[in-house]
Design a protein around this ligand. Sequence first.
Ligand code: NAI
Length: 349
Amino acid sequence: MRVDKAKLKELMKNKVVRAGLSEEHADAVADVLLHADLRGVHSHGAMRVEYYAERIAKGGINTNPNVKFEKTGPSTAVLDADGGVGHYHAKVAMDEAIKIAKENGVAVVGVRNMSHSGALSYFVQQAANEKMVALSMCQSDPMVVPFGGAEPYYGTNPIAFAAPSSTGKNIIFDMATTVQAWGKVLHARSKNESIPDTWAVDENGEPTTDPFKVKALVPISGPKGYGLMMMVDVLSGILLGLPFGKQVSSMYEDLTEYRKLGQLHIVINPEFFGNAETFLETITRTMKELKEIKPAKGFDEVLYPGEPNDIQQEAYEKEGIEIVDDIYEYLASDVIHNNNYDHKDPFAK
Ligand code: NAI
């Protein structure tokens, strides 16, 4: 079904408030989730609310965290979220990173001890809207086989990058370092669809097309994706003194415990590296030149990274956002589940 974006945000916000989150934190959660759905990243939108609500209700997200923000150097800072909701604290940390980069040219800001923060494009877009270049990366629960391994070690550890142009459009590249994000498997489950055999393996380490049989995901491009997910774990986990690798807490293992995840934002102010206007214009030219490349067989045109999401957003803004009926019904109801997500199997939901 189609839902207007203001209505969808209100439903998502109300649900997490009902679960126990403050209005301020809930507003940020709903905003990040809406951003994902609007951009067609449904794996990180409304479908996650049911899980967040259960975790909040069970005390696994700190609804009244004792947040500490420490400026550790001219261009560095760490925000300790004390088990608070990821979306809000990653957003606040990016606001701080933008301020630092405006003044000092670059900012590296870590977020410690947060819960899941959703689609990372949201945070790099914050910076791009302020004419800054940004990178963001975060830890995620161990569900990916390292290259050559038969059991999970790393998470789907995503990386997002944004660069602003002179037209107001941004290049936004945002990906899990796995062939597919776990949320895409969840999305396939919610629609009862099969998945390509290149996304994941079953309990025997064999490729599977059944989203319900998935026991581990696989890195993009073998050792290269494996190296990237390790880099993300070093920068957003080990650097911040957090649990790393297979020690990172599982999303579904214990919904009463805070998650202690890490995220790292890097913001670069083009003004400190030459003429900022020239930079913005050159990004515009890059986007244009890419689109002028002759398309390969089977393609209508070359799109810049993030453009499929921009196109989806434009359509959804006009026609309403496509939401799975069951998810809408859940959001519109008063229900907060007590035992739908709390289990030992990270691949069960
Ligand atoms: P994806 O595979 O849907 O897209 C990856 C990138 O490729 C996007 O920037 C997209 O715009 C670009 N793209 C796709 N088709 C294109 C085309 N034809 N031409 C040009 N560019 C194109 O993304 P993925 O890996 O499924 O990740 C989805 C979301 O999951 C991301 O927002 C990510 O941050 C989030 N995520 C969050 C995690 C967390 O723990 N917070 C963990 C893993 C993923």
